[in-house]
Design a protein. Structure first.
Length: 156
């Protein structure tokens, strides 16, 4: 728990970012939407948009009731095309070092908090399907833990 026993208030809008918007940031977006519903606006982007949503990410999120199969990857550069402006977000949660650097570069003229959450990158870990799924579950569970440590148990 943050601040000696109290949870932090949900911001009005949160942007998750990682390298490709194909694994960690869409998982975080979907999980946060499931936990906190419509209480805040939640989106995700990548430094690059060169990969589609990862099948293992879809599988491990489905295990906890989070639907990711309709996710469409997008980059920071494409945000405005989708109708989002970086300056409209209250909090940027970077899940990879490269995305943290990009977010800090892009937010230097705005009053936006950028935090780095070191979430495991499960891509390329494990050879067999079960070993790969275990790595993706670990990343998923790290995201759930970070969110509930910060904002409290699921609402509603």
């Amino acid at each position: 728990m943050a601040d000696g026993g109290t949870y932090q208030t949900l911001p009005q809008s949160v942007l998750f970012c990682c390298d490709h918007n194909a694994v960690r940031s869409p998982m975080a977006e979907g999980i946060m939407k499931k936990l906190y519903g419509t209480e805040c606006y939640i989106q995700s982007v990548g430094v690059k948009n060169d990969l589609e949503i990862d099948g293992f990410a879809i599988t491990v999120c489905a295990e906890i009731g989070v639907e990711l199969s309709r996710h469409r990857s997008r980059s920071f550069d494409e945000m405005e095309d989708w109708g989002d402006d970086l300056s409209s977000f209250d909090l940027v949660l970077a899940l990879s070092p490269a995305s943290q650097r990009r977010a800090l570069d892009l937010t230097q003229f705005y009053h936006i908090d950028v935090e780095y959450w070191p979430i495991l990158d499960p891509t390329g870990l494990g050879d067999a399907r079960e070993a790969r799924l275990a790595a993706y579950r670990e990343a998923r569970d790290q995201i759930v833990q970070r969110l509930t440590d910060r904002f409290g148990p699921a609402h509603g």
